[in-house]
Design a protein around this ligand. Structure first.
Ligand SMILES: [Zn+2]
Length: 581
């Protein structure tokens, strides 16, 4: 048993490089239900930065010293991995138990005076959706006019007319559209479609100290992002069944400043819940091929992935995959201490390449739709390009940190830079840009995955125990624009990568373009305005970012969601469902 325990600790600290949320798991254990609920509410309202789970213990050293282990040890290691997986599945079954979540929902509704009908709309969003009754339906609510409006025809002089949150007129500048409110886009500004960030970890409920609906969507709006899709894990419970989705929506309602939709999660044993979640409006399903970093979201083995892909194909949903291979990470040297190179060696490209190959082949065999999340290893580009040539319905995203940062410049102890898969060498970064330009990589999203400062182990800078995740939701556009303009890549291309393309893949038919019939989600962007990143001034809940002190060009000055300017006081965002937007 001690061997198993030792390996469990090792895996827990290392496989995702992320802490085990023992504390959280205890807080949300099913018995007694009343205590669990109380703890939830407490976690919910806790604003102290240290109210998250306790920092994980440092992982134990591998006895084999990091070189390739002999075969017998590999077998033991596989056994240990299986035992570890069994334990996580048990944790998941307790934490994500639908009956337990239904009790939490009932409790939440009682405490907040919400009708018990699960489909009851929030009064505010219902009123917003219906709009006011209009006497003259020629009146526009809002008109934007300016020399530089980014439409489907490029950056051109235009007037944009908006009524009831939709774009209803796109005319040449000078057409003289009139509206209740008129906004002149200044000569140093460009009106762009709001960005669509399909990869955000909001972490509420359950780990609201890490982020939360209000703080995340304020940050999004400040960065010109008008739609976010929330990931199914790091919140507690994880979004792996219908009650969990309803519970998350309860928390989100009335506190979102931009539109928010949800991904479901695919974990071992929740196959029957996938269709229910799909019918309830999730945009697709996320799975991991290795330890996710939180016990209540266990990963899928390749055969389970294939079974779920086949299931998703029956209702045309999509699987989005964290592609690093569990066993390849387990065999890699262990990343401990404050040396970045040591951490990098612990998350080799091979682990990504192997997992991506697996996703490609299982996608081929099932004919399903899949998507590779946060591509870091440029080695995988040729096989992804090959899969696309073969006609597989496969897309790929990468993130600002892989496109703007390089391993060579990450300081030892710089755990703000820790993410999984990791930021790699400069040559890798250059190939990722090439992959974007030649279309092998489809789009750019943040993978905003914050935690408390405590979990980043700032005191010791130990990459082995620090939480793996980079905060950048508010900065994405400026980061990519700063780097893109250096490479003579036009803003139209950047916005396509960050708005139209992710919107299209997620099935958000009314997002991502300034065009007739689309939602009036826009940002006013000043491409030449420079600023210095100050983590303390961002809307992110925890003031830590690897971009601290960087000078960026391009600033979002104002953001509108469905024709209403975001004022950061009154939330006007909506909770969105697949098929409805
Ligand atoms: Zn993520």
């Amino acid at each position: 048993m001690s061997e198993t325990n030792s390996r469990r600790n090792q895996n827990a600290g290392k496989s995702a490089g992320q802490p085990r949320p023992d504390e959280e798991t205890r807080d949300t254990s099913p018995a007694p239900p009343a205590a669990a609920t109380r703890d939830h509410v407490r976690a919910e309202h806790a604003e102290e930065p240290d109210s998250g789970p306790r920092r994980a213990k440092p992982p134990e050293q591998k006895t084999s010293g990091g070189s390739a282990p002999p075969a017998t040890e590999a077998v033991e290691s596989d056994d240990a991995l299986e035992a570890e997986q069994d334990r996580k599945i048990q944790v998941s079954e307790e934490v994500n138990n639908p009956e337990r979540i239904l009790r939490l929902i009932a409790q939440y509704k009682r405490e907040h005076g919400i009708p018990v009908d699960p489909d009851a709309e929030s009064p505010r969003s219902g009123a917003t959706r219906q709009g006011a009754v209009r006497g003259d339906d020629r009146t526009l609510d809002l008109v934007f006019r300016g020399q530089r409006i980014l439409t489907t025809a490029g950056i051109v002089p235009r007037e944009i007319g908006i009524r009831d949150g939709k774009i209803v007129a796109v005319e040449p500048l000078g057409a003289g559209l009139t509206g209740t409110e008129e906004v002149v886009v200044a000569d140093d500004e460009i009106l762009i479609p709001g960005l669509v960030d399909t990869h955000v970890h909001i972490n509420e409920p359950g780990r609201t100290a890490w982020e939360g609906f209000a703080s995340a969507t304020r940050a999004a709006a400040a960065g010109g992002v008008t739609t976010v899709l929330d990931m199914p894990l790091n919140s507690i419970p994880a979004t792996v069944n219908r009650p969990a989705l309803e519970y998350k929506r309860l928390y989100a309602r009335d506190q979102v400043f931009v539109d928010v939709g949800f991904w479901g999660g695919a974990i071992p044993g929740n196959g029957p819940a996938l269709r229910e979640l799909h019918d309830d409006g999730v945009f697709g399903f996320k799975c991991f091929l290795l330890h996710s970093g939180v016990d209540e979201f266990p990963h899928l083995e390749a055969d389970e992935l294939e079974a779920d892909l086949a299931e998703l194909k029956t209702f045309d949903s999509m699987m989005i995959v964290h592609a690093e291979d569990s066993r390849a990470i387990d065999r890699a040297p262990q990343g401990i201490g404050d040396e970045y190179q040591s951490f990098l060696r612990s998350r080799p490209r091979g682990a990504e390449n192997l997992a991506i190959a697996e996703v490609i082949e299982r996608t081929r065999w099932t004919g399903a739709r899949s998507h590779i999340l946060h591509l870091s290893s440029s080695d995988a580009l040729p096989m992804i390009a090959g899969a696309k040539r073969d006609g597989l319905d496969l897309t790929v995203e990468t993130c600002p940190h892989y496109l703007t940062l390089i391993a060579e410049e990450i300081p030892d102890g710089g755990t703000a830079f820790k993410c999984c898969p990791p930021i790699r060498e400069v040559s890798n970064r250059e190939l990722l840009w090439q992959g974007l330009l030649d279309g092998t990589i489809d789009f750019i999203v943040s993978d905003h995955s914050p935690s408390t400062l405590d979990l980043k182990d700032l005191e010791h800078g130990n990459f082995g125990v620090a939480w793996g995740g980079v905060s950048s939701l508010q900065l994405g556009l400026s980061l990519i624009w700063t780097e893109a303009r250096r490479r003579q890549i036009p803003l139209e291309q950047v916005v396509e990568w960050m708005s139209a393309k992710p919107a299209k893949r997620a099935g958000l038919r009314s997002k991502g373009k300034l065009s007739l019939g689309y939602d009036a989600d826009v940002a006013i962007f000043a491409p030449d305005e420079a600023f210095v990143v100050d983590a303390g001034k961002l809307h992110h809940k925890n003031p830590i970012t690897p971009y601290q002190g960087k000078t960026l060009s391009g600033k979002v000055r104002r953001t509108y969601v469905r024709g209403t300017q975001v004022d950061f006081q009154q939330p006007h965002g909506q909770l969105i469902r697949r098929g409805e937007v």
